[in-house]
Write a protein that binds this ligand. Structure first.
Ligand SMILES: *[C@@H]1O[C@H](CO)[C@@H](O)[C@H](O)[C@H]1NC(C)=O
Ligand SMILES: *[C@@H]1O[C@H](CO)[C@@H](O)[C@H](O)[C@H]1NC(C)=O
Length: 344
């Protein structure tokens, strides 16, 4: 599933967790954030978004209408989780890495909407390239490496001081990654087991490299209950629902993915005892919102507020939000899934 939607909940109290563990007195604020993951689109410029056609509409209204009052190339009506994290730490919103002129002194966002954990070549090999974002976690790592080199940091052994300057006051957030890998292979001959194994391996290897390079404070986010996303709700029959009303098999899949991923994170904690690695439980945060929707002001949990076709979910893969045929309802902030987007 592609993850354009971002729920306006804060999944982690990163500053509290991370600082209390490290100092007894005053929490020391982070000076920078480096973010990775999916669903945060970089752009070369307004209206010139490259990549898959279904990603061509993020520069159009209604994206951004409620909070920023104009589209900001976020796949959201409002702020993304990373924006709330930046606010909590009194830091500016992170610029995307590919914006060469942006001020990157308070951090960089390397995440890309539609990004996969597994390298693009895998999808090419399996004939699954239609409308897939080519940038994977590996791409994000090469951008980050490029960035580190520009700061003189190779790794903690070769260039300890330069790397300390990059990492000492930095929060690293490895946001949700992997849901697109499953989404892109739905209905193909690639099994979910293969995706699970490869996606977790790629994400774990990625973390290991970050830690080896010198990362000290890392927040690792798992998958949400992907069976609650509109695409899953639309494609699976009504009798395959679980106790929170979502697609049972898909939710089980993301749950088990997270369980294995957390075990791998635990191994990394032992391997890098000087680093602090926090797991952000997206799955339970999201299900808590689903189960207590009214307390959070949400009226629609599964239907998209911006899409086409009408019907129960207003879902039509050929009329993504922001495209000429889509319509949107107001107010979008009462919708958990504020936009719909084409997937394959
Ligand atoms: C890049 O960053 C600069 C400086 O913050 C900003 O003015 C510009 O709009 C950004 N470009 C894009 C395409 O977002
Ligand atoms: C991909 O498509 C090509 C050409 O249609 C075909 O020869 C090949 O077997 C396909 N590969 C897979 C993994 O389906």
């Amino acid at each position: 599933m592609i993850f354009p939607m971002i729920i306006n909940i804060l999944i982690l109290s990163s500053s509290a967790h991370l600082s209390t563990a490290n100092s007894e007195i005053t929490p020391r604020p982070f000076e920078k954030i480096y973010a990775f993951g999916d669903s945060y689109r970089y752009s070369d410029g307004p209206g010139s978004a490259t990549g898959p056609s279904s990603f061509a509409y993020v520069s159009n209204l209604p994206y951004g209408q409620t909070f920023f009052h104009h589209p900001t190339n976020r796949y959201s009506d409002g702020r993304l989780v990373i924006d709330f994290v930046a606010e909590l730490l009194s830091l500016p919103y992170l610029p995307p890495y590919l914006n060469a002129t942006a001020d990157k002194s308070s951090g960089v966002n390397f995440a890309v909407a539609g990004s996969t954990a597994i390298e693009h070549e895998f999808f090419v090999k399996n004939n699954l390239t239609r409308d897939i974002t080519p940038e994977s976690l590996g791409t994000q790592l090469s951008w980050f490496t490029e960035y580190l080199e520009s700061q003189g940091c190779i790794d903690t052994k070769a260039t300890p001081q330069k790397c300390r300057a990059v990492f000492d006051e930095a929060l690293i957030r490895v946001g949700e990654i992997g849901a697109n890998d499953y989404g892109y292979t739905v209905g193909s001959s690639v099994s979910d087991e293969t995706i699970q194994e490869l996606a977790i391996k790629r994400a774990t290897d990625f973390l290991e490299i970050l830690l080896y390079k010198g990362a000290k404070y890392v927040v690792v986010q798992g998958l949400p209950p992907t069976g609650c996303l509109t695409m899953a709700m639309y494609f699976f029959r009504e009798d395959y629902r679980d106790n929170i009303g979502c697609v049972e098999s898909v939710n089980k899949q993301s749950y088990s993915h997270n369980t294995i991923y957390q075990a791998k994170v635990e191994v990394l904690r032992k391997q890098f005892p000087d680093a602090l690695i926090v797991y952000a439980d997206y799955w339970n945060a999201y299900s808590t919102v689903i189960e207590n929707a009214h307390n959070y002001g949400f009226k629609e949990l599964y239907k998209v507020c911006c899409g086409s076709s009408g019907g129960k979910y207003n879902y039509d893969s050929s009329g993504p939000c922001g495209s000429p045929v889509s319509t949107h309802t107001t107010p979008p902030f009462q919708y958990l899934l504020s936009i719909k987007k084409k997937s394959q």
